[in-house]
Design a protein around this ligand. Structure first.
Ligand code: ZN
Length: 182
């Protein structure tokens, strides 16, 4: 029997959520801080990231010192949904306009197709959270459902995104028991 475990392990690592840090300096109080940002998001293991996108709270940083300065971090990351066999490359919205619109899209898409040419996934490039949500994440309906979960989380004193994490865990447990039964 051929040993395929190394390859499976490689694939798993390639599609694992990965973080990095960015250095920020507050223009108001000059405090320096390094918030973590995602380079790769696997929403099967990190469903809270999808909530962060739907609520547009992902990659938003507030100065920990003066708390008066808030900014959106222009972080490029790949988003992976194993159920949908989908990889989205997230890029900042301004890049689309600055880079020549459609032409920029097709150039980035070609590079992304090349990057995942060995994998059984569909790929697309999105510019900004609005574009990503409208094209791939279920649009306004999904945003409204996520906002409802946010209200429920606040009412129950739960951490942001925790309901989606609970639901994903329950769905996985159900799938596992189904696999065992079958
Ligand atoms: Zn500050």
């Amino acid at each position: 029997m051929p040993d395929t475990s190394a390859t499976e392990e490689e694939v798993k690592n390639r599609f694992a959520t990965e973080y990095t840090e960015v250095e920020l300096i507050c223009p108001r109080c000059h405090a320096q801080w390094s918030p973590p940002v995602a380079r790769f998001v696997n929403i099967e293991t990190h469903p809270m990231a999808k909530e962060g996108i739907l609520r547009k709270s992902m990659h938003r940083a507030r100065c920990p010192s003066c708390k008066a300065y808030e900014l959106e971090i222009d972080q490029i990351f790949d988003y992976y949904d194993p159920d949908e066999k989908l990889v989205l490359q997230f890029r900042p919205a301004w890049e689309f306009k600055a880079g020549g619109g459609e032409e920029m899209y097709w150039r980035r898409l070609e590079a992304l197709i090349e990057k995942y040419s060995e994998d059984d996934v569909r790929v697309d490039v999105v510019f900004g959270f609005d574009d990503m949500i409208a094209k791939h994440l279920g649009g306004e309906e999904a945003v409204a459902a996520s906002q409802e979960r946010a209200v429920q989380e606040r009412a129950e004193g739960k951490a942001p995104g925790s309901i989606a994490v609970e639901q994903a865990a329950a769905a996985r447990a159900e799938k596992d028991s189904g696999d065992r039964a079958g």
